[in-house]
Design a protein around this ligand. Structure first.
Ligand code: A2P
Length: 275
């Protein structure tokens, strides 16, 4: 299952999330590759790019069969620093191009010249794209108003915005705005980093469909037209998150999920972060 970005690049709809994956990285990535994941999502700040690169190399996977995303960290914002950070990510991942490169978090009003900083960082991504070093560029954790700022200055429109998205935290404003502008939305923490596994509403619905809460959350994101990035270090869960039997959540149940109160939120508000 793939989605097409507006520039024609195909992105696999289920990717392997690697935030907080810092132990046994090579073994876990090997499990994911063997399970059939071709889309791996990482970031410089995750501290696992080198191990991911090692795992890809030692498993003899053809680079062109993979879709690899990384992100520029907040301390590397700005034009020159971003170009340098990109090269360092390539080196650690042991590849000569990325499929997708994202600005990890918007500079927010806690910083002076936030808009200029975001614009300078975006200009670096545009340059990497123009030079063919990356097949697509985008944003991460950009709320509607941050995306708007980029749309006002861009030469190349972002292809992706990766945000926290799961039942109990849908960020409708941002998702709708991105969709209107042909920007594919990716869901990080689609299971609320596991916080949703015990949710009574979701458990009831999962039982009705005969699936796990994790599968229900992943299917919900897919059905809402998002790319979804579940995380796991458990071999069975890694496999099941990619290969669960497909089902369709009925519209009344979609409505139920959409009307759930706030739940599973990470607490990381892009307008408020200070890191
Ligand atoms: P585990 O590593 O034991 O599988 P998210 O993708 O929202 O960040 O959620 C990640 C959390 O959800 C992890 O704690 C992970 O634990 C758990 N998880 C991921 N997939 C499943 C699954 N299929 N069944 C149960 N728990 C899962």
């Amino acid at each position: 299952m793939v989605k097409k970005l507006y520039n024609g690049v195909e992105i696999p709809s289920i990717g392997f999330g690697t935030w907080q994956l810092t132990e046994n990285v090579e073994a876990v990535i090997e499990l994911a590759l063997k399970a059939g994941y071709v889309h791996i999502d990482t970031a410089a700040i995750y501290g696992n790019e080198k191990e991911i690169g090692n795992a890809i190399r030692s498993n003899g996977v053809d680079r062109s069969s993979l879709f690899i995303t990384s992100k520029v960290w907040n301390s590397d914002r700005g034009y020159e620093a971003t170009l340098k950070a990109f090269e360092e990510s390539l080196e650690r991942l042991q590849t000569d191009y990325l499929d997708l490169y994202l600005i990890h978090w918007p500079a927010n009003e806690n910083r002076e010249n936030a808009k200029q900083e975001n614009a300078d960082t975006w200009r670096a991504l545009e340059e990497l794209y123009a030079k063919g070093k990356v097949r697509a560029i985008g944003l991460s954790n950009f709320l509607k108003h941050h995306v708007k700022d980029i749309l006002e200055i861009e030469n190349v429109k972002p292809m992706v915005n990766q945000i926290e998205f799961h039942p109990g935290y849908l960020q409708g404003d941002t998702v709708d705005f991105c969709t209107e502008h042909n920007i594919v939305v990716e869901a990080w923490s689609p299971i609320g980093s596991g916080r949703l596994l015990e949710d009574e509403t979701l458990r009831g619905l999962a039982a009705f469909y005969g699936v796990s809460v994790a599968s229900l959350c992943i299917q919900f994101a897919l059905q809402e037209n998002l790319v979804v990035l579940p995380k796991s270090t458990n071999p069975v869960n890694i496999h099941n998150n990619l290969h669960f039997e497909r089902f369709v959540i009925r519209s009344e149940d979609v409505d139920t999920i959409k009307s759930m109160p706030l739940n599973g939120f990470s607490g990381l508000n892009p307008d408020e972060i200070t890191f």
